[in-house]
Design a protein around this ligand. Structure first.
Ligand SMILES: CC(C)(COP(=O)(O)OP(=O)(O)OC[C@H]1O[C@@H](n2cnc3c(N)ncnc32)[C@H](O)[C@@H]1OP(=O)(O)O)[C@@H](O)C(=O)NCCC(=O)NCCS
Length: 188
């Protein structure tokens, strides 16, 4: 993949348009700020604590894009009255390999931007892009896993057209609680 991928999501009556593009080093301060939220820390383990870690994390995402193995998008909202965009989330396709029929998605929305459909709209855009781009390499389904008590994430799955598939039993210590597996297949 050569040119950077940029995805656009239209505005809604209650929310600005979204732009999704690969993470950049300039995003690090906003990434660190988002990671200070205790709710985010409750559900996401791979958060950065400071700018050094943040820069390392962004470099990892750049390597993922270059290798075609991991596609992490910064999600940005247009700010009214400004040309500047505000970082509002992350959307990622993990462990992509040619020939693999299933790929896992992951996401978070920064605390101030929650509740206006950022995650499901970004998820829908990335899911369409994944099937358009990776179906020729064998992609048949996208998988979304969340802890069973993460009700907000369960709603994102439903709104993003990821059907509930099954409960995944807890497997401590890595997975101390039951989870849900949701699946979206091509041609939704
Ligand atoms: C789960 C998460 C990504 C949802 O993102 P979002 O952009 O707020 O998505 P939505 O606006 O569609 O809201 C989804 C649900 O969150 C809840 N919600 C609504 N407003 C909210 C707010 N201000 N703050 C927190 N949660 C809110 C509601 O249950 C909503 O469902 P509903 O639309 O049926 O009422 C976000 O809450 C988050 O980042 N959580 C922490 C990280 C996480 O859990 N990631 C997923 C790991 S599997």
């Amino acid at each position: 993949m050569t040119a950077p991928v940029v995805l656009h999501v239209a505005a809604t009556p209650i929310a600005p348009a979204l732009v999704l593009r690969p993470w950049r080093l300039a995003d690090v301060p906003a990434l660190v700020e988002a990671g200070r939220d205790p709710v985010l820390r409750q559900w996401i383990t791979s958060l950065v604590d400071n700018e050094v870690d943040g820069a390392r994390w962004v470099r990892e995402q750049e390597r993922g894009w270059a290798a075609g193995e991991r596609f992490a998008f910064a999600v940005l909202e247009a700010r009214s009255g400004s040309v500047q965009e505000q970082l509002v989330g992350n959307m990622v396709l993990k462990e992509v390999t040619p020939g693999k029929s299933a790929v896992e998605v992951g996401y978070w929305t920064a605390a101030p931007a929650r509740g206006r459909g950022v995650a499901p709209r970004a998820l829908d855009a990335v899911s369409d892009w994944a099937f358009d781009t990776l179906a020729a390499d064998g992609l048949e389904r996208l998988e979304l896993l969340h802890q069973a008590d993460n009700l907000a994430s369960c709603r994102v799955a439903e709104k993003g057209q990821y059907e509930f598939d099954r409960v995944l039993p807890a497997a401590p210590p890595a997975f101390p609680h039951d989870g849900h597996l949701h699946i979206r297949r091509a041609n939704v």
